[in-house]
Ligand binder design. Structure first.
Ligand code: NAD
Length: 490
């Protein structure tokens, strides 16, 4: 049995209370690890360590910080097999996905921000007095200072990938961090602590405190010595965090849920749209915030497109995540599995027609080791009202619903009819239509004729209830720094 520890001040330590939580392998349903069930006492220790380490870390040159983070990226690459296997066992995702996406992109995140800080400069504004009576010419320059100790809270679907997306810009800009990974998938964050030590990152600069959101997470959010919280997770928790950070005037970045439309027009490259729609719907068993979970089809192509889409979804190979040929693994927790089952049951009650899937995978179809795992068959549902709960609320599982439209206006109305606004995808060969829709869709990210193409320089985040603020590129560098304007009369 693996026994994970917190990583505080460069050391692996248990929770002060010695309490632990069980960690279950989703593919087997069996416990294989424990993780500290930390509380405010452990968070206090981690914040104190980070606060002590901050002055020296922020004072070294950006070149030195860059070197540390590049070493960490190299170490992630060197350990890709071990990290990918750990991520697959912890989350239930196919090993091939962890090996090709999660871990390489974690290394890429560190490399990106390690080099970004070498190429940014302070802003300068040359002021001519503005023509205002008494206005004097001046030069303004804006310094950007690290905020201090940043609290980073992440979810279970892309554990190391999403945490590194926060750690890298925070450390690169000179902050010290306290991370609170998901209590459901804590293993790779623990491994990162070791790699940070090997990379020579000084003790206290990067701390990892495990535990539940209600205990360790809430203590971090409410800690007076943590002026910035970067959170990725559900809209419900994000709203709670937003309220508590607002009351304490903390800087807050909230990356929340999505219910993303995937729109296919009659003039689309249909083979490419089909292949992409299957990936967008079911990558990581549909447990990606960007998944295209609402398929919107032009009525003239709907029947034929849907027939082929369902055939491809039904053919996805579901099984042991550690098998190289597996395309669909297990859902990440038993609680989440039951949520998905309940949403599909509700869809049936609301008149939805299940075109494929719709139930857990039969035990007889699973290898012996996986018979108690949380496997749900990839599911496509049509015939629901766009306003019903299944069409409106995030399922975050292998479930895609289908609607049809006849005009561009209808497509936009359907796409925009939920409280979310994270990502939207559209397939069309008509350039004017693509530009017009891209500007009218309620989404922080619009993909045209592609899905999940990530340029790390671009702003990443959602509108409406999908979030507040943006990550990525300059946005992240700005979030983790405080601007200070200096005005010099000339
Ligand atoms: P969650 O909100 O339940 O938990 C996320 C993290 O917050 C976990 O570490 C959890 O322990 C912690 N937490 C819970 N309550 C807390 C509290 N009161 N104070 C502080 N921390 C607390 O989300 P989840 O179930 O782990 O992840 C799935 C959700 O994440 C989905 O809604 C998905 O859309 C969203 N998500 C969004 C993005 C994005 O970039 N927008 C990316 C991935 C996942």
């Amino acid at each position: 049995m693996l026994e994970l520890a917190n990583y505080i001040n460069g050391k692996h330590v248990p929770a002060a209370s010695r309490k632990v939580l069980p960690i279950i392998e989703p593919a087997t349903g069996l416990q294989y690890s424990t993780v500290p069930d930390s509380d405010a006492v452990d968070v206090d220790q981690a914040v104190a360590a980070a606060k002590t380490a901050f002055p020296a870390w922020s004072a070294i040159s950006s070149h030195q910080r860059s070197q540390h983070l590049l070493r960490l990226a190299d170490l992630i690459d060197a350990n890709v097999d071990a990290l990918a296997r750990a991520e697959s066992i912890d989350t239930g995702k196919p090993l091939s996905l962890a090996r090709s996406i999660d871990i390489p992109r974690s290394a890429a995140n560190f490399r990106f921000f390690a080099t970004a800080i070498l190429h940014t400069a302070s802003e300068l504004h040359d002021f001519d007095g503005g023509g205002i009576p008494g206005g004097v010419p001046a030069i303004n320059y804006t310094l950007r200072k690290p905020r201090g100790v940043a609290g980073l809270i992440s979810p279970w679907n892309l554990p190391l990938y999403l945490l590194s997306w926060k750690i890298a810009p925070a450390l690169a800009t000179g902050n010290a961090v306290v991370c609170k990974p998901s209590e459901v998938t804590p293993v790779t964050a623990s491994m990162l602590g070791d790699l940070a030590s090997q990379a020579g990152i000084p003790a206290g600069v990067l701390n990892v405190v495990h535990g539940t959101g209600g205990s360790a997470g809430a203590a971090l959010v409410q800690h007076d010595d943590v002026p910035a919280i970067s959170f990725t997770g559900s809209t419900r928790v994000g709203q709670w965090i937003g309220e508590h950070c607002g009351a304490r005037s903390k800087r807050t970045s909230l990356e929340l849920g999505g219910k993303n439309p995937f729109i296919v027009f009659a003039d689309a490259d249909l083979p490419k749209a089909l292949e992409t729609a299957v990936r967008a719907g079911f990558t990581n068993q549909g447990q990606v915030c960007l998944c295209g979970s609402r398929l919107l089809l032009h009525e003239s192509i709907a029947a034929e497109f849907l027939k082929e889409f369902v055939a491809r979804v039904a053919a996805l190979r579901i099984g042991d995540p550690l098998e190289p040929s597996t395309q669909q693994g297990a859902l990440t927790s038993e609680a989440h599995f039951h949520k998905v089952v309940s949403m599909v049951d509700q869809a049936r009650e609301l008149g939805g027609r299940v075109l494929c899937g719709g139930s857990p995978l039969a035990k007889s179809d699973l290898p012996t080791r996986c018979k108690s795992g949380f496997f749900f068959r990839p599911t496509v549902i049509e015939g629901l009202s766009p306003s019903c709960v299944v069409e409106q609320e995030e399922i975050f599982g292998p479930v895609v619903t289908v609607q049809t439209f006849s005009t561009d206006e209808q497509a936009i109305a359907l796409a925009n009819c939920t409280r979310y606004g994270l990502a939207a995808t559209l397939f069309t060969q008509n350039l004017s239509r693509a530009h017009a829709l891209a500007s009218q869709l309620d989404a922080g990210i619009v993909w045209v004729n592609c899905w999940m193409v990530r340029d790390l320089r671009t702003p990443f985040g959602g509108v409406k209830q999908s979030g507040v603020g943006r990550e990525g590129g300059l946005e992240a560098l700005k979030f983790f720094t405080e601007p200070k304007n200096v005005c010099i009369s000339v």
